[in-house]
Design a protein around this ligand. Structure first.
Ligand code: ATP
Ligand code: MG
Length: 176
């Protein structure tokens, strides 16, 4: 799913990523750990086609990221480090917007499923600017997983979230 060879990125004189090579297969759960400023977000931005490497080779989901960054974004679910959902849309409008970009059909029920799973259906009609930080983060998770990608890339996966979601009888892959 991810093939990286001799990847480097410099911002001026700052070497953020220095000659990284790694290979991550389907079904693997890979954690990239490192102190603040060690280049994790820079690595993720390169993998998801948001910035170009200074040098090196990278393929994600079989796609050369430099050649077709848009295709990578279609295939991969991404929870970025910084971005939050647009303040002027409701949570539901935002998920519908993402579903349309991902060319999904009949997405209303799928969106509903995510609101239920992440336990904030009662706030789906709230403007994103009025959601708590953690709820906005849940919405970012929902947009990443909405189209059921085979690969998800999550920057700071635990930030702002409660350690436990309410237990619920929820079979995600059962038809609605
Ligand atoms: N746009 C930029 N311009 C210049 N320098 C940058 C830029 N983005 C990141 N850097 C620098 O690159 C280095 C790596 O930053 P990066 O954000 O990738 O680290 P990180 O491992 O994600 O850190 P954190 O754990 O704090 O999120 C840091 O020295 C940072 O200051
Ligand atoms: Mg970071």
């Amino acid at each position: 799913m991810i093939e990286v060879r001799n990847l480097s990125k410099s911002y001026g004189s700052t070497k953020a990523v220095n000659d990284i090579s790694l290979s991550i297969g389907k079904g693997e759960l890979f954690g990239l750990l490192g102190p603040n400023g060690s280049g994790k977000t820079t690595m993720i931005k390169m993998l998801t086609g948001q910035i170009k490497p200074t040098s090196g080779y990278l393929r994600v989901h079989g796609v050369d990221v430099l050649e077709d960054p848009i295709r990578v974004r279609e295939l991969v679910g991404v929870v970025p480090e910084q971005e939050t959902p647009p303040s002027f849309l409701t949570a539901e409008e935002y998920l519908y917007f993402v579903a349309k970009i991902q060319k999904m059909e009949n997405y209303e029920k799928t969106c509903e499923k995510w609101f239920e799973f992440l336990d904030f259906r009662d706030q789906k009609n709230s403007l994103c600017k009025d959601l708590s930080r953690g709820t906005r983060q849940k919405l970012m998770f929902a947009q990443a997983f909405l189209h059921e990608p085979e690969l998800a890339i999550i920057d700071e996966p635990l930030i702002n979230l409660d350690p436990i979601l309410p237990d619920r009888d929820f079979a995600f892959h059962k038809p609605l």
